[in-house]
Design a protein around this ligand. Structure first.
Ligand SMILES: Cc1cc2nc3c(=O)[nH]c(=O)nc-3n(C[C@H](O)[C@H](O)[C@H](O)COP(=O)(O)OP(=O)(O)OC[C@H]3O[C@@H](n4cnc5c(N)ncnc54)[C@H](O)[C@@H]3O)c2cc1C
Length: 201
């Protein structure tokens, strides 16, 4: 029997879903299983040892790579990154909205990667990418050393965090202490106005 474990109640609980009838299928999140290199059969892509020796009558017809939805954090002049503080409600949706307005790339901390809000190539820091944009906006990121390792070469850093003692503020050129869920909608709404006023000056 296929047993799938999935988060439920907004990630507060995990539930085991029993699949008792056929056909049985499941999808898995990126990087949850380690890929193994063998032949071209579906049952060879991942290590299926947890479900035993089942003979799967499947073959891979086509592999469609997920479209990269963000600009490259290592090449963009503006990067907006989200941390654990943004990994709830619509935190990352707000970050993507602002990034679209500003023509920025979206990145994140390792926490954001582990919570699947970003893909590995968007992670910034010691085990992610090192970036050097003209402007880096850190949203809900505390500023751990491993994250700072990836942002040393940013020209200007703006940090948005509701904890006035967050280490990121020591490295930020501009620090905004407050709730990102109030600040980001404001920035998104006012960004066009600010740009127009700048042009008129
Ligand atoms: C070997 C090793 C390698 C690592 N490599 C990396 C790496 O490459 N990149 C990386 O980022 N980390 C890396 N880490 C992890 C690193 O140590 C930290 O755990 C991680 O950077 C913390 O991520 P964060 O700032 O998103 O989360 P947290 O440290 O939990 O910070 C979340 C922040 O969000 C703020 N916040 C919460 N709610 C709100 C709100 N509503 N509004 C505003 N602010 C809010 C909080 O005040 C807090 O400061 C590595 C660790 C190890 C041991």
């Amino acid at each position: 029997m296929l047993v799938s474990t999935r988060p439920t109640f907004g990630g507060k609980l995990t539930a085991n879903i029993l699949c008792k009838t056929f056909p049985q299928m499941a999808t898995v999140q990126e990087n949850v299983f380690k890929a193994i290199k063998t032949d071209n059969r579906a049952n060879a892509v991942f290590d299926w040892q947890d479900i035993g020796q089942i003979e799967l009558r499947t073959e891979i017809i086509k592999t469609i790579k997920k479209e990269h939805t963000s600009r490259d954090v290592a090449k963009s002049e503006i990067v907006i990154a989200g941390g654990l503080g943004a990994c709830k409600d619509n935190g990352f949706a707000l970050i993507y909205q602002l990034a679209q307005k500003m023509g920025a790339a979206v990145g994140g901390s390792r926490e954001a990667f582990e919570k699947s809000y970003i893909i590995k190539s968007q992670q910034i820091g010691q085990t992610g990418k090192t970036i050097a944009p003209k402007l880096y906006i850190a949203v809900g990121i505390s500023g751990a050393n491993q994250h700072l390792a990836g942002i040393k070469n940013c020209e200007k850093i703006i940090a948005i965090n509701n904890d006035v003692n967050a280490p990121i503020f020591k490295y930020a050129d501009i620090g905004i202490v407050g709730n990102l869920f109030e600040i980001l909608p404001d920035l998104i709404e006012k960004y066009d106005t600010v740009k127009i006023e700048e042009k008129n000056e």
